[in-house]
Design a protein around this ligand. Structure first.
Ligand code: ATP
Ligand code: MN
Length: 477
């Protein structure tokens, strides 16, 4: 007999039939009630064991974490808290989990402890919920783009250009580090390296995606991205997943519309598909908030926040307006900010972004038209000659979730800009070709997938929303 997923058993449609479930024991109460979970849902199925039917030897093996197969009749439950349960006739223990050694016990573990046990943490309710939400969000990402005429484009992970991420990249090499080939001048001779040149892990697939947008029209990437930035924050990973749509003939307004519509869609989809998990995460967050001082509490529950984003327009504000607000705001005047905003041109830090979103506008914010100096070379120059058609989307609790722009499609202006910023034309000859042959206005953005999962789950540390986080000094598992 084949087993049935617990999520399907709990619908009760096999009532009074013989069913089989396989999963892991969450708890075993009174030597009689097994709460079994198979990962298909956050909910367990209760399996009722008749003591007399089974040898004590067998029952002794049932502990939190043990893997079981149970066969029995699905009946309406007498107890509170569940609708159906299995009256067990047959019981098989696949693998035990010695409670003296098994780290995941039925009690509250700290997130730090669970990070150290990242290979087992997904067996807890909280990480099961997070990872199911993550999976659903991934699916929604593809669904949105595929249903809106986008083509999935796989950007290379090993890249030969380091124009974008100078100093923040991970070198890819197969040279013998203990015996490096040297040039006559004594430098490392990368001609002898695998690719005959220096190569790195990608920090973004955008430049390559642009070449594809110039033929397929609308494309998106969704893949791993690497940044060797030594910023030990709760929002940065060394390896993370990025979504980068790129659309021919879109201007910055179209780009903002796309980003907003996309984010609303994936959150709405997840609200529909992950109800049980989100209700659990919502409750978890409410419990967390109770321990915080009043001033730091968010005032909205997780579900309220998600619904708010789906139902309300993001506020669109120019960088210049934002700087005016920040310059005159209380925390700036009282020197509560770590970085004081005293003039136009300053790069905004996370504390400023969060002030705008959480305190001033109290909704997601899209900032646009940033000073050219603080943005990348490929962003389109405005008429004023000092701002570029950039846009960042800022979210409560997170800060920047999206960074995007209308691209500089004018060959001469782009070359000029590259010269000014010290970016070598020879290295990006292929990128410049897109401006030489059939150039057209186009726009795109990058959304850090883990930041989206952070928002959707109400978690606060990015290490808790990716299965095996890579951060400075940490690549266990
Ligand atoms: P930040 O200022 O937060 O470091 P950024 O300006 O470096 O972000 P972009 O280069 O615009 O970010 O990358 C696009 C998106 O990728 C960001 O909006 C963010 O959501 C995400 N992102 C960037 N760096 C990281 C990282 N190290 N870990 C996780 N996500 C990241
Ligand atoms: Mn960064």
């Amino acid at each position: 007999m084949k087993h049935t997923k617990i999520v399907d058993l709990l619908t009760g449609k096999n009532l009074l039939h013989e069913v089989k479930a396989k999963g892991w024991v969450r708890t075993f109460r009174n030597n009689q009630f097994i709460a079994l979970n198979d990962g298909s849902t956050i909910n367990n199925i209760q399996c009722v064991v008749d003591l007399d039917k089974f040898p004590a030897e067998l029952l002794k093996k049932i502990h939190t974490g043990a893997a079981l197969s149970v066969t029995g009749t699905l009946v309406e439950s007498q107890g509170a808290g569940q609708t159906v349960e299995i009256q067990v006739n047959k019981l098989k223990v696949y693998g035990e989990a010695n409670p003296e050694e098994y780290p995941i016990q039925p009690k509250k573990h700290s997130l730090e402890f669970l990070r150290e046990n990242a290979h087992l943490r997904v067996r807890t309710n909280i990480f099961g919920a997070i990872m199911r939400v993550r999976s659903t969000l991934s699916y929604a990402v593809h669904k949105y783009f595929q249903e809106n005429g986008f083509f999935y484009f796989n950007a290379p992970i090993i890249t030969g250009s380091d124009a974008e991420g100078a100093g923040e990249m991970f070198r890819v090499t197969n040279l013998d580090l203990n015996n490096l080939p040297r040039t006559e001048e004594g430098n490392i001779n990368f001609k002898e390296d695998f690719f005959g040149k220096t190569t790195n892990l990608t920090v973004s697939g955008q430049l390559e995606a642009e070449t594809y947008a110039m033929a397929l029209g609308s494309v998106y990437t969704f893949g791993p991205t690497f940044r060797a930035e030594n910023s030990n924050t709760s929002r940065h990973l060394a390896e993370f997943w990025m979504i980068e749509p790129e659309v021919a003939f879109n201007d910055l307004d179209d780009n903002m519309d796309l980003a907003e519509d996309f984010i609303k869609y994936v959150i709405k989809y997840t609200l529909e598909k992950c109800q049980d998990d989100l209700v659990f995460l919502d409750k978890r967050l409410q419990d967390e908030e109770k321990n915080k001082p009043q001033a730091e509490r968010s005032g909205m529950s997780l579900l309220e926040k998600l619904n708010f984003v789906v139902e309300n327009n993001f506020k669109r504000v120019s960088y210049t307006e934002a700087v005016d607000i920040l310059r005159n705001c209380k925390p700036n005047k009282n020197k509560k900010f770590k970085y004081i905003i005293d003039g136009w041109g300053a790069d905004l830090q996370s504390e400023h972004e969060r002030y705008l979103v959480e305190k001033h506008f109290k909704c997601p914010v899209i900032l646009f038209d940033y000073p050219a100096e603080i943005k990348a070379f490929y962003m389109r120059m405005n008429e004023d000659g000092k701002t570029v058609r950039a846009m960042d989307i800022l979210f409560p609790g997170i800060g920047e979730i999206v960074g995007g722009s209308e691209r500089e499609e004018r060959y001469d202006v782009l070359v000029e800009k590259m010269k000014a910023m010290g970016i070598e034309e020879e290295e990006l000859w292929w990128y410049l070709d897109t401006r030489k042959f059939g150039t057209a206005p186009h726009s795109g953005f990058g959304l850090g997938f883990e930041r989206l999962v952070l928002f959707a789950t109400g978690m606060t540390n990015i290490r808790d929303v990716i299965p095996f986080p890579r951060t400075p000094q940490s690549a266990e598992f």
